[in-house]
Design a protein around this ligand. Structure first.
Ligand code: ZN
Ligand code: FE
Length: 256
């Protein structure tokens, strides 16, 4: 099973999983790059997987229907182009013989879901949409800091070697913010240098891994003393995880 990041718009990735014959795509905000990626490899489209309702994730779904030979899997509580097969946390979908578990991850949107699978003989895969980014997390458009904290905690608890397939190439700007939060984090400095080198060559910084995110992502590190202190200096009302995350998210919204 091959995993690839199909670039779309200015900074989206449409993740594609294929077995050389058939492919599934995750969050096709645009149909054209998907059609090109399918045709270049002579692949059929066997399913579409959706994490949440935003246009840059579902805008290409209807245009792909004439190529599609299977279901559109989608979060049950969000408005996704019909027809689709609604999914909730605890459900599972079969993709190329691998069971992908559906995880509820509200925060960016109210009904956002993620998909986690363990392909035989490969590192696990997480499709997390706009919930977890490398070095950051999604904006809280429809959810609370408490919800986002709970969602990120579930993802951070997945196996360390899990390949984290985020829907946007936001890594460098996230890491710039992360270094402002935790200037003393040596792993973060090393990781930033590696990502900058990838971007200079126009390569994706993704997938990341759960273990990397635990080491560099301030939104997963709200219990670290240096992160707490920085959050305190930026308006956190307490040292608890939710107050720290709320302050970090607000600070990031204004950070340049
Ligand atoms: Zn979104
Ligand atoms: Fe998005």
């Amino acid at each position: 099973m091959d995993l690839l990041a199909v670039p779309a718009f200015t900074d989206n990735y449409i993740w594609m999983l294929h077995d050389g014959v058939s492919a599934i795509v995750v969050d096709p905000g645009d149909a054209a790059p998907v059609v090109r990626a399918l045709d270049e490899r002579s692949l059929k489209l066997s399913a579409i997987v959706v994490t949440h309702h935003h246009g840059d994730h579902v805008g290409g779904v209807d245009a792909l229907r004439d190529r599609l030979q299977g279901p559109v899997w989608a979060p049950a509580t969000e408005s996704i182009p019909e027809p689709n097969v609604p999914l909730r946390g605890g459900d599972a979908v079969d993709l190329f013989g691998t069971r992908f578990e559906v995880i509820d991850v509200p925060g960016h949107t109210a009904g956002h879901i993620a998909y986690f699978g363990r392909p035989a003989g490969q590192a696990p895969i997480l499709f997390c949409g706009d919930t977890l980014f490398s070095g950051g997390c999604g904006r809280l458009f429809e959810g609370t800091p408490a919800q986002m904290h709970a969602s990120l905690s579930r993802l951070a608890a997945l196996p360390g070697d899990t390949r984290v397939c985020c829907a946007h190439e936001y890594t460098l700007s996230n890491l710039k913010f992360a270094r402002a939060v935790e200037p003393g984090n040596a792993e973060l400095v090393d990781y930033s240098a590696r990502c900058e080198s990838l971007r200079r060559r126009d390569l994706p910084t993704l997938p990341s891994s759960v273990s990397t995110e635990r080491q560099v992502n301030p939104f997963l590190r709200v219990a670290e003393p240096e992160v707490r202190a920085a959050a305190r200096a930026h308006g956190a009302t307490g040292d608890d995880a939710v107050s720290v995350l709320a302050a970090l998210r607000q600070w990031k919204n204004e950070f340049r």
